[in-house]
Design a protein around this ligand. Structure first.
Ligand code: ADP
Length: 255
């Protein structure tokens, strides 16, 4: 079997005395679509933020594409990663947040091309051609010259997805990307994610409260509770026949 693209082993994360991730272990296969569900405060966002290196690990180990995320080898010994290592590892991963965080004074096209031009040295014409392809993919080909303030929330979120894809990540993380949207705008964003899931072999991890979408989208569902995985399995099993009481109680409340 192929080596997992993400390997999390006994991960720990505390904020002060608050233990948020408590001995978490899981693997993700290349191309897998994973939904992370569970009560608010159970650590779902924190694990995505650690994968993106936005939060440090308090203990345990995370490997991405076969390399430790927060450590590196120096003279045969393992030491804490320096900025150059983190920068390299970050290139594997793109993340889309609940709040789109577009640059307000840049056009849609510039929002998408800025990172490739600045961080990977891509030439402007190539970066723009790629940005236009991505805008086509998210259904916003006609908005290249618009400013973010001229877009709806759903359109902004689709630009944010295109922007994350512009760096050609192998792994995409989606953190409650529809929860700040008006209900009528949710579907257009979910459609883009479905298209991405079906048309590419990208590895995707998604934190969501949209259980219907999780069921349709995911190959596997992880149910988080108090910083651990309480139950995991294919969506049909988790949603139709959960084994753990906590999963049942959570699903009863949310569906
Ligand atoms: P979820 O995504 O499952 O709702 P989170 O990972 O966002 O859970 O949060 C888990 C817990 O960690 C929550 O109690 C939250 O308040 C706490 N937490 C998250 N980030 C920070 C931080 N930067 N400082 C202190 N506490 C935090």
């Amino acid at each position: 079997m192929d080596q997992p693209i993400i390997r999390v082993r006994d991960a720990q994360k505390s904020f002060g005395t608050l233990r948020v991730i408590d001995g978490l272990s899981f693997d993700v296969r290349k191309g897998e679509k994973l939904a992370l569900i569970g009560p608010s405060g159970s650590g779902k966002t924190t694990i995505l933020r650690m994968l993106m290196t936005l939060e440090a690990l308090s203990g345990g180990r995370i490997e991405v594409c076969g390399e430790p995320l927060f450590h590196m080898q120096k003279n045969g010994a393992e030491v804490a990663a320096d900025e150059a290592h983190l920068h390299k590892m970050r290139r594997h991963i793109g993340m889309v947040f609940q709040h789109f965080n577009l640059f307000p004074h840049k056009s849609v096209l510039d929002n998408i091309t800025l990172a490739p031009i600045l961080t990977t040295g891509e030439k402007r014409p190539a970066a723009e051609a790629r940005a236009r392809e991505l805008l086509e993919m998210v259904g916003l080909a006609d908005k290249a010259d618009a400013m973010p303030s001229q877009l709806s929330g759903g359109q902004k979120q689709r630009v944010a997805i295109a922007r994350a894809l512009a760096l050609r990540p192998e792994i995409m993380l989606f953190d409650e990307v529809t929860s700040a949207l008006d209900p009528e705008l949710v579907e257009e964003v979910l459609e883009v994610m479905k298209r991405l899931a079906s048309e590419t072999d990208m590895t995707m991890l998604l934190v969501t409260h949209e259980m219907g979408f999780a069921r349709e989208f995911a190959d596997r569902v992880l149910f988080f509770d108090r910083g651990r995985i309480c139950e995991e399995g294919p969506p049909d099993e988790i949603f139709s026949n959960p084994v753990q009481d906590r999963t049942r109680t959570f699903l009863r409340k949310i569906i």
